[in-house]
Write a protein that binds this ligand. Structure first.
Ligand code: NDP
Length: 297
């Protein structure tokens, strides 16, 4: 039976550390500042943004939330981001995605100053990760958090291990693959056009599923003893809980997979809490850099 990786506990430890360092930094005159922008009324996005803002406050950060109406124009959003770029009290800017269809998300993300891009989506930060110059950029929060969980099980150096990432998005799959490569794993990126996905997955010592398809990865796709990281968050009907009720599941069929894997993240309570913790860590790092200090390791 697999070890169940407790992302909630690891995330809580990271948040405690961030809180401690933020207090030290504040005592020397710099309070880390995070600005979160949300446009429109998407209920899932509202929940994510509220929890990010709450966590920032709990860490002792200066936390600002800009909730803009659906009808906000691209120019108005660009102007807000530029204002936050200039604001010395703000060290991290996060624009919650997806944005309404009339706004060009790419333009907004590229408007964020790279040194405040705590989501790690600006081309400069993407390029730093791609070239292995990770130290002074920002790594996207979900893959960064997933990587900490993997290294907690497998150690920092993944030499000799094969890793398969299912999903090639810019937010999760590609940066995840780059991080695994930087840690010396032998990496395969699978996606919707991959032939015989179960066989590809069966070759993985480390399997990361970032697809968005409920319980797609079956138990017999998993190599015995593999480390399985389930990034997927999918809401499915749960009639057993009552009419109209739902529950969250990952991209991995957890009950089957935990019989075969060596270690596995649950959903919820695995990668999800790590994402927010890494956002706090990135914001602290940005504030440290702004204050001319070395960010904590
Ligand atoms: P995207 O929709 O951007 O990407 C999904 C990827 O999965 C694509 O590369 C797609 O391939 C691939 N894919 C889709 N169907 C299949 C299939 N049948 N077989 C193999 N590959 C397939 O999603 P994201 O990367 O943004 O997110 C992935 C999941 O992670 C979602 O469930 C999301 O909710 C969750 N998530 C969780 C976070 C957390 O904090 N835990 C944070 C971010 C995301 P192709 O490119 O060929 O279309």
């Amino acid at each position: 039976m697999a070890e169940i990786i407790d992302g909630k506990a690891v995330a809580a430890r990271i948040v405690d550390e961030v809180t401690r360092h933020a207090a030290e930094l504040a005592a020397s005159g710099t309070v880390p500042g995070l600005a979160v922008i949300i446009v429109g009324e998407d209920p899932a996005s509202q929940v994510y943004v509220a929890s990010k803002s709450r966590k920032a406050e709990a860490c002792g950060f200066h936390s600002v939330q800009h909730s803009l109406p659906e009808a906000t124009t691209e120019e108005e959003l660009v102007a807000l981001v530029e204002e936050l770029n200039r604001n010395p009290a703000i060290h991290g800017i996060l624009v919650q995605l997806p944005l309404p269809a009339h706004i060009n998300s790419g333009r907004i993300i590229q408007t964020i100053a790279p040194e405040k891009d705590v989501d790690g989506f600006h081309y400069l930060n993407v390029g730093k990760l791609g070239t292995g110059a990770i130290g002074d950029g920002f790594v996207p929060c979900t893959p960064a958090g997933s990587m900490l969980l993997i290294q907690g099980v497998r150690g920092k150096d993944l030499s000799g291990l094969s890793a398969v990432v299912i999903g090639r998005s810019n937010i999760v799959g590609k940066p995840m693959a780059n991080l695994l490569l930087a840690a010396n794993a032998t990496v395969t990126i699978a996606h919707s056009r991959t032939a015989d996905l179960p066989a590809v997955c069966r070759s993985a010592d480390i399997l990361v599923a970032a697809v968005g398809r409920p319980e797609m990865v079956k138990g017999d796709w998993i190599k015995p003893g593999a480390t399985v990281i389930d990034v997927g968050i999918n809401r499915i009907p749960a009639p057993e809980k009552g009419e109209g009720k739902t529950r969250l599941v990952g991209d991995v069929a957890f009950d089957e997979a935990k019989q075969i894997a060596g270690a596995i993240t649950p959903v919820p309570g695995g990668v999800g809490p790590m994402t927010i913790a890494m956002l706090m860590a990135n914001t602290l790092a940005s504030a440290c850099r702004a204050a001319g200090r070395e960010p904590p390791a």
